[in-house]
Design a protein around this ligand. Structure first.
Ligand code: HEC
Length: 131
């Protein structure tokens, strides 16, 4: 096989690699993104319990539609946990700090907006299943 053929094969492999979403994104067998899978694959579960305990971060099974206090720019604000709040907490973790967790840092993520939405849907469904 000539050098040029090898070059073509190599470039082909490279381009195929680029077509994938991201190298580090989880790939469920059926190609479907599920919130529960993302929750464990992205390590959310290391810091967030879905069973009411505070780990490094606040539990996420009893937050939906609750009034909570957050700190934003050194000011305390009362707010209701809605979809927008959950999305913002994930996309811009430093923007507001949940009360009691001010000194802790949630890492920035590189989730796509579809993945963030799947995670938020999952968190909401867990809350709704929790009487
Ligand atoms: C290294 C630990 C850590 C990881 C990993 C982590 N978080 Fe957090 N998270 C925190 C901490 C600490 C807070 C509270 C401080 C703050 O609001 O920034 C928080 C806050 C939140 C909040 C707001 C909760 C509330 O009660 O106001 C949501 C929602 C959230 N995280 C979702 C996620 C999701 C989804 C993932 C996975 C993609 C994730 N977190 C990964 C530590 C983490």
């Amino acid at each position: 096989m000539g050098r040029f053929m090898l070059y073509l094969l190599f470039m082909g492999a490279l381009l195929r690699g680029c077509g994938e979403n991201r190298m580090d994104s989880p790939k469920p067998g059926n190609g479907e993104i599920t919130g529960s899978r993302l929750f464990s694959d992205y390590g959310c579960a290391k810091c967030h319990s879905l069973e009411g305990e505070a780990l490094y971060g606040p539990p996420l099974d009893e937050v939906w539609q609750k009034m909570i206090q957050v700190t934003r720019d050194d000011r305390k604000l009362d707010m209701k946990v809605d979809r927008k709040y959950l999305i913002r907490s994930i996309e811009d973790p430093g923007y507001e700090k949940a009360s009691g967790f001010e000194g802790r840092t949630m890492p920035e993520t590189s989730l796509t907006s579809r993945e963030t939405k799947a995670l938020v849907d999952y968190i909401i469904s867990v809350n709704e299943a929790n009487p």
